[in-house]
Design a protein around this ligand. Structure first.
Ligand SMILES: C[S@@+](CC[C@H](N)C(=O)[O-])C[C@H]1O[C@@H](n2cnc3c(N)ncnc32)[C@H](O)[C@@H]1O
Length: 326
């Protein structure tokens, strides 16, 4: 959701044009923009306040050499180091069949003994496998109602995990620079040494608030084995408590954007925006002009997938990239 995968080439063009030494990707999400910048030789600081997002960025952008060995992948998919059953019992009857839930417990019995980037790749692979198996990759539905016959929905999670681990292994490379990742609120990032800040906050849609936890709670739980997360046991989906963010609500986003532009006062700003969000385009320009003298807008035609039903409708939205500098 909200991944900038399709507009990466345009973003790279715009950001490279600023000739940055170090770029802060303050809302890194899937990590695709950070990774693409790394692939272009840039040093990156990636940040997201969700653990699963920060873990993926560590595995792919910060990590420049560690991989999971075939022995490790084999052990994780065929054995368990203890008889824990937290996932199997907590999520019984939800999302995945019992064997898959038991596999997650077993996989975590190995992950608990792992450190560093190998651990990050293992967790990222679990998250990717789970999101590939789950209909539309979002955890708002708990059963197979949306079975669209995709192979992933009928493949054991352990097999999807092994595939994902090999794919993550293949992303690992060294661009000669020391990129790093933080996991925290945007207002706690230290931007020192960064000359460009890329901002892709979770804008609220016009008639709703933007709640990532509602859709991705299972991945955030999976990335932490639900440690430090409060499961709301009275919810059908067994979601975790929402992480409040002022960017997800129409009431608070303007002030949040204003404070963000101030916080990164020393840096040039590159802001992603799609035209069907709140606040609208003219307000965004006004907010940017409060903070920077020079504001330029690039328009990228972009297709979004809309709708919460199987017959999702498509509509054309315009993806904008604002560049604001002194
Ligand atoms: C639109 S997504 C970013 C997508 C990303 N550019 C990509 O291409 O995948 C917004 C991200 O902001 C994160 N986020 C929301 N509020 C935040 C906050 N206050 N501080 C840090 N991250 C936040 C969310 O977890 C989400 O991953």
């Amino acid at each position: 959701m909200g991944s900038k995968y399709r507009v990466v080439p345009q973003l790279l063009d715009v950001i490279s044009g600023l000739e940055p030494r170090r770029v802060l990707d303050a809302f890194s999400g899937s990590g695709v923009v950070s990774y693409a910048l790394k692939a272009n030789g840039v040093e990156v600081v990636a940040n997201d306040f969700l653990n699963f997002a920060a873990t993926i960025a560590r595995a792919t952008t910060e990590n420049s050499e560690a991989r999971l060995s075939e022995d490790q992948i084999g052990a994780m998919t065929s054995s368990r180091l203890d008889d824990r059953d937290f996932v199997r019992s907590t999520f019984a009857g939800l999302y995945f069949p019992p064997d898959d839930l038991a596999f997650i417990d077993g996989a975590w019995s190995h992950i608990d003994g792992m450190v560093g980037y190998e651990r990050d790749i293992a967790i990222s692979s679990l998250c990717l496998a789970a999101s590939r198996k789950q209909p539309r990759g979002v955890f708002t539905v708990t059963d197979g109602r949306y079975d669209d016959g995709r192979r992933a929905m009928h493949t054991p999670l352990a097999v999807l995990f092994a595939e994902a681990a090999r794919e993550y292994n293949a992303t690992v490379f060294d661009n000669g620079r020391a990129s790093r990742v933080t996991c925290g609120d945007v207002f706690s990032i230290d931007p020192d040494g960064c000359d460009v800040v890329y901002l892709d906050p979770p804008y609220a849609p016009p008639r709703d608030d933007n709640d990532y936890i509602k859709r991705y709670h299972f991945l955030e739980g999976l990335a932490t084995y639900w440690r430090g997360q409060e499961i709301l046991h009275n919810t059908m989906t067994k979601k975790i408590r929402k992480r409040p963010t002022p960017f997800g609500s129409k009431r608070t986003i303007r002030d949040a954007l204003r404070r963000t532009f101030e916080r990164f006062n020393e840096q040039a700003l590159v802001l992603s925006y799609s035209t069907n969000s709140v606040p609208d385009e003219t307000e965004i320009v006004a907010l940017l002009k409060e903070a920077r003298r020079d504001v330029v807008c690039y328009a990228v035609p972009h297709r979004y997938h809309f709708g919460t039903h199987s017959a999702a409708t498509r509509r054309q939205a315009n993806e904008l990239i604002f560049v604001a500098s002194r």
